[in-house]
Design a protein around this ligand. Sequence first.
Ligand code: ZN
Length: 405
Amino acid sequence: MYRNFFLLTILAAFCALTGCANSNANEPEGQAKYIFLFIGDGMGQAQAAVTESYLAYRDGELGGLGRLSFTKFPYLGMATTYSANRNITCSSAAGTALATGFKTNNSVLGKTPDGKDLESFTYRLKEEGYRIGIISNVPVNHATPASFYANAKSRNDYYEISLQIPESGFDYFAGDGFLDFNGKDGSKEDIDRKIESQGYTISYGMEEYEAEKDAARLILCQKDNRKSDSENYVVKHTEEEEISLKEMVETAIERFSGDGRPFFIMAEGGTIDWAGHDNRTMALTEKVLELDAAVKEAYEFYLKHPDETLIVVTADHETGGLTLGCGKGDDIKWDKLESAWEAAGKKDITGDEENAKLNKSANIGWSTGGHTGIPVPVYAVGNGAEMFSGCYDNTDIPKKIMREE
Ligand SMILES: [Zn+2]
């Protein structure tokens, strides 16, 4: 009997050294067991600071630090975002860096500049027994979510990108719907039929989701978005019907957390970028708050599993060259921005010219209608979060998540 005990001890020590502890698939080696990666598309440090400044204004205060959940996270880093061929990246090159750890050219997705496929770390996690959830409040075949499951010469090859969803075998997707529902020329088979024929269920709206949620592999889309083939971000649904990013993350946690299996969830706040391109200050704060509400869902989960959970919140790039201050103004006139926003029914205010005037009069500076090359913040909490402090490149983020450095 002592001899058996001795052998077991040797075996256990051997397993600990060699990592054969995979005999228990629920306990992954190395990286955190539950991983959340939030990407605010176009959310630089100023986007968070402007939103917090507005929240402080509403409380009759200045500053605002800690009013967003993730600015309270204990670790903060800065990541450079340039692509393989530009100082200023686009979402597909940045998404590729975040998902694969390699730089590529702007507009390329999940491939090297010379066209070789790169593999997202989500595939390695899946092999290790993780459930994978890919979530965005823009279409599921858009650049950022697509970087985590697809390879394409161009980020605009939407139909070809959608076809890679069933190939991924990933457990759960959520987003607006599909761009190029019938391909570029409109002649291809309905993309949802095609995906459903390969073992996925596609639910449009929460009502359908509730009825179908037991499906093992599911894609949640906004109600009425079937065949809508919407332009980016121009999606027609009323606010009550719209599934929020928060709800998408909530459903993912619900689906994944029942049996103690490890999981990875990437959730993108894609509309922050839209507000940035249009230099819409109030819309921007709303979109940042949308992401924050989703991060709070993950944070609630983290509080229940603090030793096993990692949450990382970052951006693919900054959009708009936003600053708190412009001209000679030394204060932000939130009252002007807020009243114009409310007068317009919390919608897009006016034309671009009038909007620019409004920003200027409120002392909010925007330097471009495009992206910028300024490094983006990386906020982290939980298992392995300390690895995210300091300055590094966006290609280091997946390596840190996978504990490869
Ligand atoms: Zn953009």
